[in-house]
Design a protein. Structure first.
Length: 197
């Protein structure tokens, strides 16, 4: 029986294969701890794609007004943006793009991390912090409902008893949540003292 154990750590763009003996008398040059440390270091040095890391920067507060502009654009152009230009059918999934749920380049991509960051919360007037907490919870709740309703709308024709009327019903409910999300986001921007652009 061999006491040899092989550990592999895969990292995007590179692979690290290290053989280590599990015996305490091992003369292998690498310990398990060293293998894991090397793998972790490689993971952190590999980094994330530029667009995703730029969009998800938890210190870039300009993402909030930019996201508000995206939501306002969606609401002002609702019919155009939620209709497939080729088929003329409703395209509810487009709503999810505008609120940061489908694209890493959206200013609202992973916005919950930005809102929860201490560097963001430190900018809120302590006398209005309860208002901040409520607005943050409401915004996150509206985004979750938008996600659910737009997704449900996408499959409205295929569900039992479904049809184009079900697609329209859930798409309209999603629009109501987009309006509420916009209002919560506008309040968050105000609480941070940011320009709405």
């Amino acid at each position: 029986e061999s006491d040899e154990m092989v550990a592999a750590v895969m990292v995007p763009g590179c692979a690290l294969l290290v053989a280590a003996l599990s015996s305490p008398l091992s003369l292998a040059p690498f310990s398990r701890r060293a293998v894991l440390a090397t793998g972790a270091a490689a993971l952190f040095s590999a980094g994330a794609p530029n667009s995703a890391s730029a969009a998800a920067n938890v210190k870039d507060l300009t993402r909030l007004p930019a996201g508000l502009n995206e939501i306002n654009y969606l609401l002002e152009n609702w019919e155009k943006e939620t209709t497939n230009p080729n088929s003329g059918d409703a395209d509810p999934d487009r709503v999810r793009i505008f609120v940061g749920l489908r694209s890493t380049t959206s200013p609202l991509f992973q916005v919950e991390k930005l809102l929860a960051a201490p560097t963001t919360q430190d900018k809120v007037d302590p006398d209005r912090f309860d208002e901040w907490i409520t607005a943050t919870e409401e915004f996150n709740s509206h985004i979750n409902k938008i996600n659910e309703l737009a997704y449900t709308s996408s499959f409205g024709e295929y569900n039992p008893g479904g049809g184009k009327d079900q697609v329209a019903k859930y798409l309209n409910l999603a629009k109501e949540e987009v309006v509420l999300a916009r209002d919560s986001l506008a309040l968050l921007i105000d609480l941070l003292g940011l320009d709405k652009q």
